[in-house]
Design a protein around this ligand. Structure first.
Ligand code: G4P
Length: 554
């Protein structure tokens, strides 16, 4: 069986030959876009790729997805539902930097992978629809960013349409996300009246040029003025719009603290840009903002010590495993985020958990439009490593030193279901299938302390469909996914084992073990969970769990 999956191109490309700038350690900016469906993530992605010269025509991001869909036959549901289960990586160059944009699947394909992708980035762009403000999915994703203090840049989108008052939107960021928003641009008008943005740092006006929706050129060359009150700007905007802008810029400057890079880097402060992805306005300013502020690959938390990106030894971790296109082969692609060293094709890396050495002969490098073999890669880059199911989510790969990256947790499931077997004779097969898929990160499995049915937990509905399809397709086990009376789960720890025992004796009917044997409380609803917290003050209830060691965040 060939190690290289069918969909991978045989072409060999080094980063230096890519449209990106010359490869060098430290010039990577690895980020994700977080947003609620329909806020404009796909449109912004496309315009960023256009700006970076990685694609040439608007519409290619969507077209690429469709081509890939048409090509892949690995999973009926992928076709049936017309969506992609892949977390893809898009690489493009801008100025002297190489940007790796990691896609966070949304809509129906929202899953634990969406969360875990955020463990592999150094910063994120939060896209908000100006008419809608902060929406549920954005809030959830932001919470995950917060676990690692990922710096967030905000892009308030759709200024070419009537939206909410910009001050209201900025206030909402401060109030509901507990971030300090600092507007770096401010819109002059909105909807049909939108004339562009004032650049608060550079004291320039960024004119909106109505060029249609296809390109990234909706932002004209910046115009320098002697301040927002400059009469020439008044002449350009007309008295009414100019008066409103002068007042708003004055207020924004008064109300918001100056931009502080350290506070941004620590995940407390968010610079805010206004724009219209569809019209290609504000995209260049956003990218310039990322060039100025987005952090290069950071030190990564690991045991027994953190790993700095400039270390010589190659290290990385697996944040996602993608089942391969061909269901007859158990091939997988592990997405590895490189954390240190200079990776070269053919290198041997050790899988720390098993002690096995892996020759990485066919690593895949992801480009905007295609995939190619990676000759070399640097910290911040993502490589795909084909394997036959040996690599698991959370695995550390290292050239030698026995390190384990931390902060790649499991997240408390938001959907819990009971698995019922059609044929009870297949119980062993089911166990194997569920355990395999749990290790791969498709779903979490829980074994109730009393009772025999497995409970599976996911954060997105699609994970359940993937689970059922793969258990049947790959393991030949027919199962039914049925409702379970639980709304969420929490990992439970305590300083005293006696206290844990008392807890399981008392509420055993709602307790289960995860696949590592860690204790999990299955809560019927938020009230149930709150009551347990009150009744058992000595216990900790955790919303995430590290694969190695104790659960982290409460
Ligand atoms: P998503 O990936 O976050 O789900 O959002 P997507 O980019 O697909 O955008 C959702 C809808 O919002 C699309 O319209 C898109 O054209 C529109 N949109 C994105 N950015 C802007 C913007 O700056 N201004 C305006 N006015 N609209 C914007 P659609 O009709 O749902 O899809 P399509 O037919 O245009 O593809």
């Amino acid at each position: 069986m060939s190690e290289r999956p069918a969909a991978v191109m045989s072409q060999t490309v080094t980063p230096a030959e890519s449209p990106a700038a010359p490869a060098k350690a430290g010039n990577r900016r690895t980020f994700a876009i977080i947003s609620h469906p329909d806020a404009g993530k796909t449109t912004l992605t496309e315009k960023l790729l256009l700006m970076g010269g990685a694609i040439h025509l608007a519409g290619e991001v969507k077209a690429r997805g469709e081509r890939r869909r048409a090509r892949s036959d690995w999973m009926a549901i992928e076709q049936k539902r017309g969506i992609s289960v892949t977390t893809s990586v898009m690489t493009f160059g801008y100025r002297d930097l190489v940007f790796n944009l990691l896609d966070t699947p949304g809509h129906e394909d929202f899953s634990e992978d969406t969360y875990r992708t955020l463990t592999a980035v150094d910063s994120a762009v939060m896209v908000i629809d100006a008419a809608k403000g902060i929406e549920a999915q954005t809030r959830k994703l932001l919470e995950v960013c917060r676990l690692r203090d990922v710096p967030i840049t905000t892009f308030i989108n759709k200024m070419d349409r009537e939206g909410r008052d910009p001050f209201e939107l900025v206030d909402e960021i401060a109030e509901t996300l507990a971030l300090d928003p600092v507007p770096l641009t401010w819109p002059a008008g909105m909807g049909g009246d939108f004339a562009g943005c004032y650049d608060l740092l550079g004291d320039r006006f960024l004119p909106f040029v109505a060029t249609g929706t296809g390109g990234a050129g909706g932002e004209g060359e910046p115009l320098a003025y002697g301040g927002v009150e400059d009469p020439e700007l008044a002449e350009r905007l007309g008295a009414e719009r100019h008066d409103a802008l002068v007042e708003a810029v004055g207020l924004a400057r008064e109300a918001c603290p100056p931009f502080d890079r350290q506070s941004y880097n620590e995940g407390h402060m968010t610079p805010v840009f206004f724009g219209s992805a569809l019209r290609g306005f504000g995209v260049r300013t956003l990218l310039d903002g990322l060039v100025e502020s987005a952090p290069p690959p950071r030190s990564q938390p690991a045991e027994p010590r953190a790993v700095a990106p400039d270390e010589k030894q190659v290290t990385g971790f697996v944040f996602k495993v993608q089942a391969n296109m061909d269901k007859n082969h158990r091939d997988r692609i592990a997405f590895v985020r490189l954390c240190s060293g200079r990776f070269k094709r053919g290198m041997k890396l050790k899988q720390i958990d098993t002690g096995k050495t892996l020759g990485v002969n066919n690593p895949i490098f992801f480009f905007a439009q295609d995939r190619a073999l990676a000759e070399e890669a640097y910290p911040g880059d993502i490589i795909g490593v084909p394997n036959h199911g040996t690599l698991r989510v959370g695995d550390t790969l290292s050239e030698g030193e026995a390190l384990r990256f931390t902060g790649i947790p499991n997240f408390a499931p938001e959907i819990l279901r009971r698995i019922v077997l059609d044929d009870p004779m297949k119980a062993k097969h089911l166990r194997r299938a569920l355990e395999d898929l749990a290790e791969e990160g498709v779903t979490q499995v829980f074994r109730p302390i009393s009772g025999s049915d497995w409970i599976v937990g996911v954060v997105g509905q699609l994970q359940l469909d993937v689970l059922a399809t793969r258990v049947t397709g790959e393991y030949g086990v027919k199962l039914r996914v049925e409702a379970a009376p639980y709304a969420t789960a929490r990992w439970v720890t305590a300083k005293s084992p006696a206290e844990l025992k008392r807890f399981t004796d008392k509420v055993g009917s709602q307790c289960a073990e995860d696949r590592d044997g860690s204790l999990v409380f299955l809560a019927r609803n938020a009230w149930d969970l709150g009551r347990m917290r009150d009744d058992w003050p000595e216990l900790q209830f955790h919303a995430t769990k590290e694969r190695h060691g104790a659960a982290e965040a409460a």
